[in-house]
Design a protein around this ligand. Structure first.
Ligand code: URA
Ligand code: CA
Length: 434
């Protein structure tokens, strides 16, 4: 087999075999094939695509490129949730304890933030003392004892994806549906869950901006999951505005706690209940999604889910007093309030820009090992369709440098567009794909 021939084959729109995909991916992981040849193949895939079978083959080869996690020592059906990435997406911190409280074992491996999106692990680490690395046996033991553990991704999970993603990032080939789908699904499958729920984000804060593309991505991932015998469901949710109010690590922890107290933002609460309802259905705890939703509401409003978060924090050595005393979390010492300079209805919010500003305040990282400031971020007070008078607050900025607010204020304002006409509130969930 020659790499040249495989590149040419895909360039001409022909189908690659499992053997050819294996040859390329394994050779690349072992440094036997240079970046420039894999880059050329990625670009050919970008233009010619991969069919269902090729995408499943690629996912399988990537999954087997490193460690796979065996969760068979945990009893019951393990249901994993994955979001394709958004801004202010606090759902995992709410959902993990919520579905655990309903009897689904949650053995969750999460990522850190990069670029304009945050990561669950960074958010959890803003809780004083909270540890996000556990030995495998302790991870399993914790899930068997309290039904939930959330840790950082193990070092050698899908090394093929780490290498290929880095190459895609610099060769303008990130945005390919079979490449995104196999990247995400290989990591989900390697992480060992039995059932998978995907929250595919659509909008200006996400990888895909329109519904046609989002549906194609969702369908591709659902097909991959099912072809591995892991029942997979996807919902497509709105990322044309940040989820909830908070963007930033400590701020999102507070938001998650408030939501588990039944006092969270409406959109975040609704999305979490929907996702939990689907997870209860997938995990066999409800006969259908409607019954799952009812169970989720009961667990949220009774405080049982909050109690489960307390157990999770306590088992992972975090300070549980944060639940009642938010001042125990790191919080920036300077605040500023951005006020509207015009009257009207908000018609558009540039979520990616808001995510980038939160990062620029210190809440995120540009490079993998940059340090982050847990205490900074934004509270977005108004959403699409809300009406504002001149002088009404739009965003609160929480910072750790005195002049940060002045520095970011005009950029922040540019993230909002106004209209004199009534703007309908956008839907939160567009579609469910089974
Ligand atoms: N998230 C991933 O993990 N991979 C992609 O390719 C895109 C988003
Ligand atoms: Ca949020």
């Amino acid at each position: 087999m020659r790499v040249y021939d495989i590149i040419a084959k895909k360039r001409d729109g022909q189908k690659l075999s499992l053997e050819e995909i294996k040859f390329i991916i394994n050779g690349y992981v072992k440094d036997l094939i240079p970046d420039y040849q894999v880059a050329a193949l990625l670009m050919a895939i970008y233009f010619q695509g991969l069919d269902k079978e090729e995408t499943a083959h690629l996912t399988k080869v990537m999954t087997n490129s490193g460690d796979t996690i065996d969760l068979s020592e945990i009893e019951g059906l393990k249901v994993d949730k994955h979001s394709t990435g958004g801004v202010g997406d606090t759902t995992t911190i709410i959902l993990a304890p919520l579905v655990a409280a309903g009897g689904i074992p949650v053995a969750k491996m999460s990522g850190r933030g990069l670029g304009h999106t945050g990561g669950t692990i960074d958010k959890l680490e803003s809780i004083p003392g909270f540890i996000t690395t556990l030995e495998k046996k302790d991870f399993i033991k914790q899930v068997n004892q309290i039904n939930v553990a959330v840790i950082g991704q193990s070092g050698n999970l899908v090394p093929a994806d780490k290498k290929i993603y880095a190459l895609r990032d610099v060769t303008a080939t990130v945005n390919s549906i079979p490449l995104i789908a196999s990247s995400i699904m290989s990591k989900k499958i390697a992480a060992g869950a039995d059932r998978i729920l995907l929250d595919v984000k659509m909008g200006n804060g996400a990888f895909v901006e329109d519904l046609t593309q989002a549906k194609e991505l969702a369908k591709t991932m659902v097909d991959i999951g099912n072809s591995f015998g892991k029942k997979t469901v996807a919902i497509i949710s709105n990322m044309n505005q940040p989820l909830g109010e908070a963007i930033g690590n400590s701020l999102e922890i507070i938001e998650a706690i408030e939501t588990l107290k039944g006092k969270g933002p409406q959109d975040l609460t609704q999305l979490c209940l929907e996702l939990a309802g689907q997870m209860f259905f997938l995990g066999g705890k409800a006969k259908d999604y409607v019954q799952g939703l009812k169970l989720a509401e009961k667990l949220l409003y009774s405080g049982e889910a909050l109690q489960k978060l307390k157990e999770l924090i306590s088992w992972q050595e975090g300070n549980v007093d944060v639940l009642e005393n938010y001042s125990l979390l790191p919080l920036g010492q300077y605040t500023g309030i951005l006020k509207s300079r015009e009257a009207g209805y908000i018609s558009n919010i540039n979520s990616k820009l808001l995510g980038s500003i939160a990062m620029e305040l210190g809440g995120g990282r540009e490079k993998k090992d940059d340090p982050i400031d847990y205490g900074v971020g934004l509270l977005v007070k108004k959403k699409i369709g809300d009406y504002l008078e001149v002088g009404d607050p739009i965003v609160e900025v929480i910072a750790n440098h005195e002049n940060d607010f002045e520095r970011v204020k005009n950029k922040l304002l540019a993230a909002f567009e106004f209209s004199p006409n009534i703007i309908p509130k956008p839907p939160l969930i567009y579609e469910k794909i089974y």
